[in-house]
Design a protein around this ligand. Structure first.
Ligand code: PLP
Length: 401
C-alpha cells in the first residue's frame, strides 16, 4: 500500500551499492593487454590491503565467497589433514562442509548460535591435540546469527595452547564494516568477498595471505591450477593473475567502491557501522520490552555491527517481513537456522542488514517500516523504538563532538 517509491534492500548481502559504483560499470569492454585496465587492476591489490589492514598478499578470485573459501583451503591443506571448525552459526558449518567434501578431516566445535567461541574450551581442545590439527577456521561475524567472535581472544587461545595450527577467518560479512587487523591479531588467512561491506556487485572474492600461510602453501597437496595463490600473486600478466580474462567491469566497480571507502577512512567506516548498529539494537530492545521480539545475541560485545539477527518467539516473523516488503518497500533478510539442528528455514527469525553503503536515514527508515509493520500485523511491541534509535544516534553524535 505504501510501497511505491525507492525500495530499500536491508538484507545482509548483497548490500546496497552506491550509484557511482554502478555507473563505473557503464562502459565498453577495455583492452586487457595494455592501458588503463592494467593500472586499475594493479592499484586494487594495494587498496584492498589498506581496507583489510594487512601487509600480506591479496588474491582476487572471480567468484562469490564460497570461491574464496575453497581458495583458502586448497592453498594451505592436504588430503587427510585435520581442520577444527568453530561454529557460531550456519556459515562456519558451510565452510567446514566444503572442507570435508574436499577430503579434509573436519572436526566441528559447535558453540550454538547465540554466543561467540568459548576460548577456554578451544584452548583445552588444542592442548589435547597431538599435532594433527593443521588449521582452525571460523567466521569473524557469522551472518546467520550475527554473532561476532573476538579474534584476538581466539589467537590467544592458540598461543596459550602453543598450537601451531593456521588461523583462517571468514570475514565476508565483516570486512569493511567491523574493526579487523589480521597482522596485529595473528590471522594467517583472511577470506572476504565484495558484495557486503565492499559495496560491489557479487562476483569477486579475496584471500589475504600471511607469511605462515605461504609456508603451508609449499606443501599443500590440494593446490590446483585455478585456485593457486602463486600465479595470482606473482603473475606478471592478467592471464596469470586471474587465470584467464579479468572480470573487467567488476574491477571498475571495485575501484570506485574502494575510492569511496578510502575517502571516508576505514576507522570512520567502523565507527559509522557501530553507531548505526547501536541504533538498531536500541530499537529492537525497546520493541522487546512488551512483546516477542528480541536480539539473538545478548552479549553486546559479541554482536556484529554489520547485521542484526532478531528472534520473534512464537510469532511468525516471515509474515512481518513480507508485510514490510509488500507494503513499505523494505526488504529484510530471511532467517537462517541458528542452532545445532542447522535445518529448515525458520519463521521465528529475521535479519536486518546494516552493512556497507548505509546512513542514518536508511537505518531509521528500515526501523520505521518495521515499527509500522508490527502495528499493522498486530504484533505486540514496546513503544518508542524510533525514539530510542534517534536518541542513540544523537548520543554518538554528541560524544564525537
Ligand atoms: C555471505 C557470506 C558467505 C557466503 O558468501 P557467498 O558470496 O554467498 O558465497 C560466507 N560467509 C559469511 C560470513 C557470509 O556473510
Amino acid at each position: 500500500m505504501f510501497s511505491h517509491g525507492r525500495d530499500q534492500l536491508s538484507i545482509p548481502g548483497p548490500s546496497v551499492m552506491p550509484d557511482a559504483v554502478l555507473q563505473a560499470m557503464q562502459r565498453p569492454s577495455p583492452n586487457i593487454y595494455a592501458g588503463e585496465m592494467i593500472d586499475i587492476a594493479n592499484s586494487l591489490y594495494a587498496d584492498l590491503k589498506r581496507v583489510a589492514c594487512t601487509d600480506g598478499d591479496a588474491v582476487i578470485y572471480i567468484g562469490n565467497g564460497h570461491a574464496a573459501w575453497e581458495g583458502a583451503l586448497s592453498n594451505t591443506l592436504s588430503r587427510g589433514d585435520k581442520v577444527l571448525a568453530l561454529a557460531c552459526g550456519r556459515f562456519t558449518v558451510g565452510w567446514a562442509e566444503m572442507a570435508r567434501a574436499m577430503g579434509i578431516d573436519v572436526e566441528i566445535m559447535d558453540f550454538g548460535g547465540h554466543s561467540p567461541v568459548d576460548n577456554a574450551l578451544l584452548q583445552e581442545r588444542l592442548e589435547r591435540d597431538d599435532g594433527t590439527i593443521k588449521a582452525v577456521i571460523t567466521a569473524h561475524t557469522d551472518t546467520s546469527t550475527s554473532v561476532r567472535c573476538d579474534v584476538q581472544a581466539l589467537r590467544a587461545a592458540l598461543d596459550h595452547a602453543k598450537h601451531p595450527a593456521l588461523l583462517m577467518m571468514d570475514c565476508i560479512a565483516s570486512l569493511g564494516c567491523e574493526p579487523y587487523r589480521p597482522d596485529a591479531w595473528g590471522v594467517d588467512v583472511t577470506v572476504a568477498a565484495c558484495q557486503k561491506g565492499l559495496m560491489t556487485p557479487a562476483g569477486l572474492s579475496f584471500n589475504f595471505i600471511g607469511p605462515k600461510a605461504w609456508k603451508a602453501h609449499d606443501k599443500a597437496d590440494l593446490r590446483s591450477p585455478y585456485w593457486d595463490w602463486d600465479s595470482r600473486v606473482h603473475g606478471k600478466i592478467f592471464h596469470q593473475k586471474f587465470c584467464g580474462t579479468p572480470p573487467t567491469h567488476h574491477l571498475y566497480a571495485l575501484r570506485t567502491a574502494l575510492d569511496i571507502m578510502l575517502d571516508e577512512g576505514i576507522e570512520t567506516i567502523w565507527l559509522r557501522h557501530t553507531a548505526l548498529a547501536n541504533a538498531v539494537w536500541a530499537a529492537v530492545e525497546t520493541w522487546g520490552k512488551n512483546g516477542p521480539l528480541k536480539l539473538n545475541v545478548e552479549m553486546a560485545e559479541a554482536r556484529s555491527t554489520a547485521v542484526t539477527t532478531v528472534l520473534s518467539g512464537q510469532t511468525n516473523a516471515t509474515e512481518l517481513r513480507l508485510w514490510c516488503e509488500n507494503n513499505t518497500g523494505l526488504t529484510l533478510g530471511v532467517g537462517l537456522p541458528l542452532d545445532d539442528t542447522w535445518g529448515g528455514k525458520p519463521d521465528n527469525v529475521f535479519r536486518i542488514g546494516h552493512m556497507g553503503h548505509v546512513n542514518a536515514t536508511m537505518v531509521l527508515g528500515a526501523l520505521g517500516s518495521l515499527d509500522l509493520g508490527l502495528k499493522a500485523c498486530g504484533i505486540a511491541h514496546g513503544e518508542g523504538a524510533l525514539n530510542a534509535a534517534t536518541q542513540s544516534l544523537a548520543n554518538t553524535f554528541k560524544a564525537a563532538q
